[in-house]
Ligand binder design. Structure first.
Ligand code: PMP
Ligand code: GLU
Length: 399
């Protein structure tokens, strides 16, 4: 078997569950089934027209060449100004690295900071790729868990308890994928107090859902006193500007770490797409109305989803404050079955709903919480209503 030839690193890596589920949905669709895919976390909106126009202009004006590895100066200036404007984060240009997506930014940090056995504290439920990127880079994921009863938020006391001499950094997202939870300034301040007690401890703050925040109060932990040198702020264009396919993300970090990320990226992918960067700079400095409109639409859908899902026996939901996911606890259904398909965990339920209801969602187990499933509500209201109707019908068959 050729799998024996593959490296241990790759053999022990799991396939991205979000992308795998999206593919399963496409495969079923190709066979002629009417599938409602609520699996992948991707805005259903198109990139705003003015951003697309900026990319076309850039192409027409010859922006077709290699770019500096950490990004075009004009984009880095726009990012620097955005960090200051939106986040009270004051990064210099040499602290900013543009990448082919926030995913790459996170991978760069993990590769730059981790030696075999180094520990990384991951707030759980976590975004699916944190676990595997950390492991691939040689790190050891240490899961600090929260459940629906605390809105899936971990506490500073839990964090403090998990820190050891081997802890290199902490990683979390707020607004959170997969739960939609948003940490408040007070909660982040409590984390910062713990982190500052440890000299070589860092925190990766993944803020890619920053603009999809229903509290209107996004707060960046790096802006707290004494935290700028201990924080890596990750962000990108995929969510707030509906630019998933453009592959454009960035980070702000201490300059020594930004240089290390640049070195890694220079050997692996080089600078991000030239005309995409030109459009990205324009996105950050131009009218944000389309972004605000998308967020308003997500908020309406969130409220609709809460009330529809609350109506399904066995589904327990909370009130997510950002992103476009809802993460119901479905553990009340465990032990039930239909035509020989027994529901023992979140993977079983996701599989059952895909085959029986033709609704694709992602098992919570992929995000470190096997009692829940993740539903992306980045879809039209009609699709969402129909999806929940089907889910309800299928769940009613379980006994
Ligand atoms: N972080 C989180 C929390 C995400 O949900 C995603 C998914 N897109 C990413 C990072 C990666 O984003 P990008 O498309 O910029 O690679
Ligand atoms: N981040 C999105 C999700 O969680 C997109 C897919 C991915 O990059 O994993 O579904």
């Amino acid at each position: 078997m050729h799998t024996n030839v593959l490296s241990n690193k790759v053999r022990s890596m799991t396939e991205s569950a979000t992308l795998a589920m999206a593919q399963k949905a496409r495969d079923l669709e190709a066979k002629g089934y009417d599938v409602i895919a609520l699996s992948i976390g991707e805005p259903d909106f198109d990139t705003p027209v003015h951003i697309k126009e900026a990319a076309k202009d850039a192409l027409d004006n010859g922006w077709t060449k290699y770019t500096p590895v950490p990004g075009l100066i004009s984009l880095k200036e726009a990012i620097r100004d955005k960090f200051a404007r939106d986040n009270k984060l004051h990064y210099e240009l040499n602290q900013i690295v543009v990448s082919n997506g926030a995913k790459q930014s996170i991978a760069n940090v993990c590769l730059a900071l981790l030696d075999p056995g180094d520990e990384v504290i991951i707030f759980t439920p976590y975004w699916v790729s944190y676990f595997d990127i950390v492991s691939f880079a040689g790190g050891k994921p240490v899961l600090v868990k929260a459940a629906i009863n605390t809105d899936f938020k971990v506490t500073a006391a839990q964090l403090e308890e998990a820190i050891t001499d081997r802890t290199q950094f902490i990683i979390f997202s707020s607004p959170c994928n997969p739960t939609g939870s948003v940490y408040t300034k007070e909660e982040l301040t409590a984390f910062a107090e713990v982190i500052k007690k440890h000299e070589n401890l860092y925190i990766v703050s993944d803020e890619i859902y920053e603009y999809i925040n229903f509290t209107e109060e996004h707060f960046s932990i790096g802006s707290l006193p004494g935290m700028i040198d201990k924080t890596i702020t990750v962000n990108g264009f995929s969510k707030g500007f509906a630019m998933t396919g453009w592959r454009l993300g960035y980070l702000g970090a201490p300059s020594w770490l930004a240089s290390a990320c640049t070195k890694i990226q220079g050997q692996i992918t080089s600078g991000a797409t030239s005309f995409g960067q030109m459009a990205g700079a324009f996105a950050l400095t131009s009218d944000m109305t389309p972004t605000h409109k998308m967020t308003a639409a997500f908020l309406e859908r969130r409220d609709m989803m809460i009330s529809l899902l609350n109506d399904i026996p066995g589904f327990k939901v909370n009130k997510p404050m950002g992103a476009f996911y809802i993460f119901p606890d479905i553990s009340a259904l465990f032990g039930k079955s239909y035509q020989g398909m027994e529901i023992t965990d979140s993977f079983d339920l996701a599989e059952f709903l895909l085959t029986d209801a033709h609704v694709a969602l992602v098992a919570g187990g992929a995000f470190g919480d096997n009692r829940c499933v993740r539903i992306s509500y980045a879809a039209s209201k009609e699709s969402l209503r129909e999806a929940v109707r089907r889910i309800k019908q299928s769940v009613a068959k379980l006994e």
